[in-house]
Design a protein around this ligand. Structure first.
Ligand code: PLP
Length: 363
């Protein structure tokens, strides 16, 4: 169909649209393969049932869902916004708090790519303050920036480490009256006791992003949450679409947040953390892997001699992993999501095949 759109008409698109490189999601950029370890999904899926008719528009912010998430996160219901994934939360925050071509955000790469892409698509500048070599915040360099929003990802994707609460508090204090500090806790269930959600009462400028895509094994659902003081949440509600969440999504999300389902999620998280620690020990003993970083999430970052050769070699054995070498501050690294026990077994066998071969070829 695209050849029906003639050049003159497509020229009408905004400048920022023509300039943008869309997020290269794992699903968009890689296909095929039987074992998907490239998008930090959770292989331990559950089935859900839908009920009722769908002839009515859904609630913008379904009260039952807001309440179960508030209970789960330990905040008040008026401190919760539900959206189409945490990604929509990121976009809404930038849209609600940053004037295009005027305000900026601060990001600390290597980190999640959507902060920069969302900012760029809305003509908001991103101040880039790289993490230190041990993947901590460079506080003095952050404090040199004058953003409206600072994005801190903890545990950080793709490095896997948490950012110490002390560092987050230092940023909250520094920007008390001038900027919102957005802590992206997409992977927080994998290291639950480190959440900063308990600080919402203390810091009016704290915002937390959460998702059902990772620990809850519901990436296909597209459901995320923003936690903050009610006045911030109300600002976001001004900008959100009238029906951001389809009714089936609200129903399934509610089921996933019932006590038994939360229990099951926590058991799955414990299993994934165990598989992760086993994989880290295994990978650290492989000849061709130079470095394995510790991880507090459901993925592990590996340093190798040639990341793209490793990605291809694994793909040839039906296993998809993600090359993260183009990230600022990283080179020749591959991110491996932790799958099921069977998948991790297959991955270990595949790595043994490659690295035995690669003794001759040097990967
Ligand atoms: C996966 C991920 C998200 C996106 O979550 P969705 O709810 O699926 O949109 C946000 N932040 C980080 C750090 C992620 O890794």
């Amino acid at each position: 169909m695209s050849d029906l759109i003639n050049d003159t008409v497509s020229d009408l698109a905004r400048k920022s649209v023509k300039e943008i490189t869309p997020y290269a999601s794992a699903r968009r950029s890689m296909s095929g393969g039987a074992i998907w370890l490239n998008a930090n999904e959770n292989a331990l899926a559950t089935e859900y049932q839908l009920s009722g008719d769908f002839n009515r528009y859904p609630a913008c912010q379904p009260a039952a869902l807001i309440q179960v998430y508030a209970d789960y996160a330990g905040v008040d219901a008026n401190q919760v916004l539900v959206s189409r994934g945490a990604d929509e939360g990121i976009e809404l925050l930038i849209r609600s708090f940053c004037e295009p071509q005027q305000d900026s955000i601060t990001i600390c790469p290597p980190t999640y790519g959507m902060y920069a892409i969302s900012a760029q698509s809305q003509q908001v500048k991103a101040n880039i303050v790289p993490l230190t070599t041990d993947f901590q915040l460079d506080l003095p360099a952050i404090f040199d920036t004058k953003p409206k929003l600072i994005f801190i990802c903890s545990p950080n994707n793709p490095t896997g480490n948490i950012i110490p609460t002390g560092q987050i508090i230092a940023v909250l204090e520094q920007y008390k009256n001038t900027a919102l500090v957005v802590v992206d806790e997409a992977y927080i269930e994998f290291i639950a006791q480190t959440s900063v959600a308990g600080l919402i009462g203390q810091y009016a400028n704290l915002v937390i992003l959460r998702t059902l895509s990772k620990a809850f094994a519901l990436a296909g659902l597209r459901c995320g949450f923003t936690l903050a003081r009610a006045d911030v949440i109300n600002g976001l509600k001004q900008m959100i679409a009238p029906y951001p969440l389809a009714e089936p999504v609200a129903q399934i999300a509610c089921q996933a947040l019932q006590p038994e389902a939360i229990n099951r999620m926590q058991q799955n998280v414990a299993l994934i953390n165990k598989l992760r620690d086993e994989f880290i020990r295994f990978a650290a003993n492989l000849d061709g892997i130079q470095r394995v970083w510790p991880s507090d999430a459901n993925f592990v970052l590996l340093q190798v001699q040639n990341a793209s050769s490793l990605v291809i070699a694994l793909q040839q054995q039906g296993i998809l992993v993600r090359n993260q070498s183009s990230q600022l501050g990283l080179s020749q690294v591959v991110r491996v999501s932790i799958g099921s026990a069977t998948e991790m077994q297959a991955l270990q066998q595949a790595l043994l095949n490659i690295f035995t071969l690669k003794l001759e070829e040097s990967i």
